[in-house]
Design a protein around this ligand. Sequence first.
Ligand code: UD1
Ligand code: MG
Length: 490
Amino acid sequence: MTGTVREALSSGRKRISMTAGANQGAQAQGAESGGFTAVVLAAGKGTRMRSDRPKVLHALANRSMLGHVLVAVQEAGASRLAVVVEPGRDEVVREIERLAPGASVHPQAERLGTAHAVLAARAALEAGRDVVVAFGDTPLVTAETFARLRAPLREGAAVAVLAFEAVDPTGYGRVLTESGRVLAIREEKDASQEERAVRLSNAGLMALSGAHALSLLERIGNDNANREYYLTDAVALAVADGLSVAVVPVDEWEAQGVNDRVQLGHAEATIQARLRRAAQLGGATLIAPETVFLSVDTVLGRDVVVEPHCVFGPGVVVGDGCTIRAFSHLHDARLMQGADIGPHVRLRGGAVLEAGVHLGNFVEIKNATLHAGAKASHLTYLGDAEVGAGANIGAGTITCNYDGVSKHRTTIGAGAFIGSNSALVAPVSVGAGALVGAGSVITRDVPGDALAVARGRQLTREGAAKALRETLKAAKAAKAAKAARAGEPD
Ligand code: UD1
Ligand code: MG
């Protein structure tokens, strides 16, 4: 089949979601301040990921690849955002609603090429505003690069392409130039031997001026080896119209697409390196940065020290002057000034550590607030709990928060002291200043300043150990003598 993209799209163009309110406001503002429309192509199959999950939802630093792109184009000043998706991928639509609530979503029923995909979002292009095309599987491109890609349009270029000198250009579209002027982009399959030798490679992302975008896109045909509508053909069409095309350089690593899990791993490494650097420049010391895993939303304050091998899952905020010792794992947790935790601490959903809290090795905190200066130095689980200021939680203390059906809360008052190896069976409270004897199983509330001991009473019999030992030794000797007799001949 040959023909224009417009014909190919004429059947079944449909908007499946549009939260117009906020977006229209942003659009009007964008028109005044020169905003642009970002079209994010995310209708890929992602077969090589070998996954049940859509490729663009695979995460880097705990944010989907698509999420990284949506955030970057918004930061670059996109006043309108249109995302092209494979129909029926509700989880992709939910991710768009979460990270770019004003975006419009455009299903591409058939995957007929990148230009076809951009025109699937035609309804978002009609405003005549500049268009920047991004790929949902190219997640490392920064907001700054998107802004650089668009910049030549303001100086009169009709099209700007992002390109790099590839170490090995195999598989990329080649940017063909003559005396420094761009003539066309040739896809690998359509390239001659001579053209394949060109190393200037197309990163895929493109900016098109509002004045020309639609006219160029609609004239793109599919007369090529793949029978696809190539966005890259916009370049030759613009040149034929006498319009100017700019090439914007980009580092090859930044333009890397993700097609399989190996590339996903490389992209993760790049994002981690960026996050660590930002944390370091923000005043945190990472003693062995390459061993620390951060999430895209991790916040580390000034003079935070992170020892080697720590993992920061989503939702972690660490206040100034905190120390996170080696092998700690944090997720959805807030630490206030000067908290000192680890090594081997695990903080889970809803952990709040106020100023100066100290947690030592093998302590796990879940959905619990520890007020200022509270301490749990060894081998402890505090879940669904509130621990008062300055309380001291002894080694091996466990809040028994789950009865097999429901979770219950434990409350420990300020300055309370929980003896080692105690089990606090929730719901239960220990009052301020109370003392719980080591090895207790506390099932009833302990009033403030009370002493509670809930364990077997100690029995001591003088000399009984020695007597027992002698009895046992005598029995053993008698048994050995009997065995020896049984072995003698008659
Ligand atoms: C594209 C470029 C190529 C460039 C390369 C860089 C074209 C024709 N070629 O090729 O010059 O060197 O990127 O990686 O643009 N998509 C859709 N619907 C479609 C087709 C694609 O949503 O019908 C999406 C894909 O999911 C992907 C992006 O568009 O996110 C790029 O498509 P892909 O097939 O990867 O293009 P390449 O062959 O890599
Ligand atoms: Mg690709």
